[in-house]
Ligand binder design. Structure first.
Ligand SMILES: NC(=O)c1ccc[n+]([C@@H]2O[C@H](COP(=O)([O-])OP(=O)(O)OC[C@H]3O[C@@H](n4cnc5c(N)ncnc54)[C@H](OP(=O)(O)O)[C@@H]3O)[C@@H](O)[C@H]2O)c1
Length: 321
């Protein structure tokens, strides 16, 4: 059911409204970027479904502190990862696979805080493209057998790509220019490219694996207000003028992701971009970031296929279809 921007439910309300409290007991999920801000609220809400959570994080000691009361050592396990290194992602995937043969949900929430200047990873890729997109693409490829194995008629496997309204600013750079080889670096365009890539990856997963019970959605979180409005434990709207103009607390910024991850109406479906707990309609309005639309360039099968092919090449894998 679509919700208005003002009256979006909290992540915990979504779990409850979907009658998913404790319903995923015995199943496993992997959540990236879980050790701060929105990631903490994703952990809190998904834990309420009974899922056992594997949390790839850069620093496990820090994660325990930042997760605070959302951390449950009996139901959560950490794996060390550096999304800026493809080797580290490969290592993390090995550790994840050693813990379980079935993963019903992968939430790709990690995003790097970039520097204003062009920064390349040790693998030679632009930092935002590499961490926000390529690392998740590789992680998906390595966990794909476990995702396919976990799919069941009552809860088919899901991948949630956390994108952002900023995807509107730009699509993919042309082939041979993903790393700004051909022109000046622009941090906002690099972020937009990486977030468009998140959306394209979800669409292409759906196209390739949907009929095998593995589905993917992308979500736009909306602008999130930090500071005292972070980590409000999944509570409802704070009476704050910033929130009234479209800014959200971390919990509110997580609602759409949780809706896609466990919402009953997404059972067996995918290939959609969700925004503010609605199926985002295509429409260009860059100045209107809190809107429930997605940019027109987000549905482009040819570009999605190009990204998939090029990403396989960049991570050194052959297509397995
Ligand atoms: N914040 C917003 O206003 C907003 C709006 C729309 C969409 N989004 C999207 O929502 C998602 C989460 O955003 P957020 O604001 O909650 O993010 P954030 O506070 O910046 O957190 C990013 C997470 O990624 C982890 N991380 C960063 N670099 C890493 C690396 N190299 N290796 C491993 N982990 C790394 C961080 O770990 P540590 O903290 O432990 O280093 C942290 O847990 C992102 O995909 C973002 O694009 C955010």
């Amino acid at each position: 059911m679509p919700h208005s921007v003002r009256h979006e439910p909290t992540p915990l309300e979504i779990v409850k409204d979907n009658n998913m409290e404790g319903k995923l007991l015995g199943k496993w999920a992997v959540i990236t970027g879980s050790s701060s801000a929105t990631g903490i609220e994703i952990v809190r809400a998904l834990a309420a479904t009974g899922l056992r959570l594997i949390l790839p994080v850069p620093n496990q000691a820090k994660a325990i502190v930042t997760l605070g009361d959302a951390y449950n050592p009996n139901r959560m396990e950490f794996v060390t990862i550096d999304h800026a290194s493809l080797d580290s992602v490969r290592e993390a995937a090995k550790h994840i696979i050693s813990k379980t043969e079935r993963i019903c949900l992968l939430v790709c929430n990690e995003a790097v805080t970039p520097s204003p200047d062009l920064q390349l990873t040790q693998d030679g890729f632009e930092m935002q493209f590499a961490t926000n997109h390529l690392s998740h693409f590789l992680l998906f490829q390595l966990l794909k057998p476990e995702l396919l194995a976990a799919s069941r008629p009552r809860f088919q496997s899901r991948v949630i790509m956390v994108a952002c309204q900023e995807h509107r600013r730009h699509g993919l750079n042309e082939r041979g220019n993903y790393n700004f080889e051909k022109g000046e670096y622009d941090i906002a365009i690099a972020y937009a490219q990486s977030k468009t890539a998140n959306i394209y990856m979800a669409n292409e997963i759906e196209r390739r694996y949907g009929t095998r019970g593995l589905h993917a959605l992308s979500t736009n979180s909306g602008r999130i207000i930090s500071g005292e409005f972070q980590q409000d434990g999944g509570q409802s709207l704070h009476p704050n003028p910033q929130l009234e103009t479209g800014g959200k607390s971390c919990a509110q910024g997580t609602s759409t992701t949780i809706w896609g991850a466990i919402g009953r109406e997404w059972e067996g479906k995918g290939g959609k971009n969700l925004s503010h707990c609605t199926d985002a309609l295509s429409g260009d309005s860059e100045e209107d970031m809190p809107s429930t639309t997605c940019a027109e360039h987000t549905n482009n099968p040819a570009e999605e296929a190009r990204l998939w092919e090029d990403s396989l090449d960049m991570i050194g894998l052959l297509d397995d279809q």
